[in-house]
Each structure stands twice: as structure tokens, then as C-alpha cells.
Design a protein around this ligand. Sequence first.
Ligand code: G3P
Length: 217
Amino acid sequence: MKFFVDTADTAEIADLAETGLLDGVTTNPSLVMKAGRDFKEVVTEICGLVEGPVSAEVVALDHDGMMREAETLRRIADNVCIKVPLTIDGLKSCKKLTEDGTMVNVTLCFSANQALLAAKAGATFVSPFVGRHDDNGFDGMKLIDDIRLIYDNYAYDTQILVASIRHPIHLLESARIGADVATMPPSVIRGLFKHVLTDQGIAAFLKDWEATGQSIG
Ligand code: G3P
């Protein structure tokens, strides 16, 4: 399973990349606003920090505008993945861009039928938002389950990129279902390492080690 980090904070990305666990990065206009930096500059920097796909989202709503913005963004680096919304114009753009060999992440997916459309448009990734789905009284994990089933039924190559992950259980369930990618905020990735018994075990081992009076060198 691939792990992407969902942030435009380059210090966080650089730090997490050192773990060797990071396969890519996703950003969106809200994360860029939070970073408070120039969009193209920040995407350029992120593309240098990771080898995998870096999703950069267009903001135009019409096909021509999306294609213009995509052209600017894909010139930044080979690992830029153009993020388009799940709309008719977004999917027209997806089809054109993927036919040209550009990676495309179709975002704001909230139904299995929408995910089917994204796959038919040739999307590299589809991003179902599980957290926002749950927030609105739907079952985010059921959505992932349905998309996995449909994609497997027809052997679609589009990768299921679980987005809007809020906690480790979302990741666990996504992995059980067989989602291809999980994009997580840095706090969730850091949380995956934690276990109270790991902390207690380290403390107990260190206490006993001190009692031996030895040093490893
Ligand atoms: O990048 C899209 C996504 O992961 C958004 O997450 O927490 O804003 O619903 P959230």
C-alpha cells in the first residue's frame, strides 16, 4: 500500500520523507492557503523532496481553463500529478491529460458511481473523501469497499487513493479492503507509530539496561 502525505508543509514532508515510508504527496487549495506560500514555488519544492506523485489541484472550473492551468503545473516537474474535480469538465480534462501521459488525480469523489466515471475517464487516481463522507452521515469505508469491488469487476487500473483520512482506523480499514493509496495528514502518519505498549516496553528495557551499568559504545 502506498502512503502519501496530505499537506503543503515542506518541513513536514522533508521530515517524513526521511522515514522512507512516503510514496507521494497530495495538496489542495486549502492546504496551500494554510502553508501561506506561493503555490507554484511550494509545488516545485515538494517535487524535489519526493520521487513519487505530487498532486497539484487546478482551480478553473471549465475544461479550457483546467487544461491551461494543468499545462503550467505539469511543466514544474515530471512527478506532478494534476488534480481535477469530479465534474464533467474535470473528467474531460482527465481524459485528455491521461491520453498525453500525464498523471491525473480525480478529487472530491463521494459516490461509487462517480468513481466509475473517473476510471472510465482514465484517471490515474481517484480520491474518495472518507472523513467528509462520515461527517455527513454516510459510511466512508462502505464507499471504499464498493469502489474496490467495481474496479476489480472490470479490472480498471485507476488507483483508489483514500483521502480525507482522519484517524488510524481509516487507514486500517482501507488496507483491509485493499485500497491502493492512503493520503494522510502528518499527524495521522505520526500516530501510526505510537502504541502505549511500545512506549512502556522502551521505558522498561532502558531501566533494566541502566541497571547493568553497561554501554554499547
Ligand atoms: O486532499 C483532500 C483531502 O484529503 C481533504 O481532507 O480533512 O479536508 O476532509 P479533509
